[in-house]
Design a protein around this ligand. Structure first.
Ligand code: EPZ
Length: 420
């Protein structure tokens, strides 16, 4: 089992390049199923989740070519319309093949993704939306079996904002007969990036980035080339890491980023006393004082992202003052809290709210990652803790961060991967 060993207390200085966005690349890879022509992607991050999606598509018969930051996919000779449990259970985003398969091939069998550490994660809205477009769907032995002679455009209202639900239905609507409107749609930048890629493939989409997306279905889509947007959560994670350095010091230039997708995060960091300046694709972040405690409440974009909640709890652990953090998206996304308490943090949990009492220092010890963003939170805590922190189960981290220890080492952190 691999672990990360971190010696805390070293300043972060230098440049870091942001990789492509995991949560944009995953739906865009699935969009390759919508056409028989090649989809040529660049700025694809090197992450385990990307590998899992490529494996899933390859198992279906999609031809895939992968180089370090590019991928070419072509679904011109599919051999299977099944997304098997053994892959879906390792990555819930596999559900994103459902909409494209039903839309183009009229059938799909996709394993119901189980729950996960952070919540039940139902997919009822994905299913309801496809049924509204005319699909007949049954649940058979843990699989979603969807069939449709031809999807029809429909008015679909999603009573909860769902990112992958919006993405699944957006992709399905591109090949449906007629007009589809997705109401209460997710506005996340990753949804916009998917829509931009679909438009390059010939889709007729309006309103992406707002809560009402309108799609006029077309009979076929063609191939395209697309560069995946920068990962705003990786960017936010580095911003939070520099902020957490406090008097240890941080002065970092973040390149190949998309600052405009991080307004809520940047505003909170400035409120904590962090110095941030940015251009269209670069952010300069510096910190040389103890941060002030920041209250926050997660909510769908453009509000504060739930995927940055754990990282900000780590920042608040050593901030000056007490902060209140409310998680409104997932029902069990505070598992990093008990691990932070092991490092000396003072945090009380009351339902979906964490009250963080800032302490002067954290002390390194052994901790365990429980999910992707929790592991990033523990890395940040380890960078500022006195002594050595050993983080177990870092396979969670590898799902969503591209060479994070190399990037942090280049900034001066003392962090290494060890086999225990
Ligand atoms: C996406 O997950 C992201 N994953 C998550 O990032 C992110 O945390 C989440 O959106 C929220 O921003 C990808 O894009 C691959 P949701 P998703 O459907 O789409 C409820 C990370 O760390 N819901 O927007 O699965 C659901 O229970 C990951 O990179 C239903 O009730 O999340 C939740 O409470 C973690 N029925 C809320 O909606 C449904 O059919 C938002 O979930 C679907 C969702």
């Amino acid at each position: 089992m691999q672990k990360l060993k971190i010696h805390g207390g070293y300043p972060l200085k230098g440049d870091v390049r942001i990789s492509g966005a995991k949560n944009a690349a995953l739906p865009i890879l699935a969009a390759s199923l919508l056409t028989a022509e090649p989809l040529v992607l660049s700025n694809v991050p090197q992450l385990n989740d990307i590998g899992t999606m490529l494996k899933l598509l390859t198992e279906m018969g999609v031809t895939t070519e992968r180089s370090p930051e590019a991928a070419t996919l072509q679904a011109n000779n599919l051999t299977s319309l099944v997304a098997s449990y053994d892959l879906v259970k390792t990555m819930r985003a596999s559900i994103l093949v459902l909409g494209p398969l039903v839309a183009r091939f009229g059938e799909a069998r996709v394993s119901l993704p189980g729950g996960c550490a952070i919540g039940a994660r139902p997919v009822d809205l994905h299913i309801k939306g496809l049924e509204a477009m005319g699909a007949t769907i049954s649940i058979e032995a843990g699989y979603i079996h969807a069939k449709a002679t031809k999807l029809k455009g429909a008015r679909i209202f999603m009573d909860t904002v769902t990112v992958t639900g919006t993405e699944n239905l957006l992709m399905a609507a591109c090949l449906a007969d007629g007009i589809t409107t997705l109401e209460n749609a997710a506005c996340e930048p990753e949804v916009v990036d998917l829509a931009e890629c679909l438009i390059k493939m010939g889709a007729h989409i309006r309103g992406h980035g707002t809560d009402v997306i309108t799609v006029e279905g077309v009979s076929t889509l063609h191939g395209a080339s697309h560069s995946v947007m920068p990962d705003r959560i990786e960017t936010g994670t580095f911003l939070a890491a520099v902020a957490a350095m406090g008097t240890i010091g941080g002065d970092v230039r973040i390149t190949h980023a998309q600052p405009r997708s991080l307004d809520a995060v940047i505003e909170k960091l400035r409120g904590a006393g962090v110095k941030i300046a940015f251009t269209v694709d670069e952010i300069h972040v510096s910190m040389h004082q103890r941060s002030s405690a920041i209250n926050l409440r997660t909510a769908p974009y453009p509000a504060f992202p739930t995927d940055m909640q754990a990282q900000f709890i780590a920042l608040n652990c050593i901030a000056n003052g007490t902060s209140v953090i409310t998680e409104t998206i997932f029902e069990n996304r505070f598992m990093h809290v008990q691990e932070l308490v092991r490092l000396g943090a003072k945090i009380d949990i009351d339902g979906n709210t964490a009250i963080v009492h800032g302490v002067d220092k954290l002390t390194g010890t052994s901790v365990m990652a429980t999910d992707l963003r929790a592991s990033a939170c523990l890395v940040i805590a380890g960078l500022v803790a006195e002594g050595e922190t050993l983080i177990d189960r870092i396979y969670h981290l590898d799902r969503g961060y591209d060479h994070i220890e190399q990037k942090l080492t280049a900034l001066g952190a003392k962090i290494e991967r060890v086999n225990e």
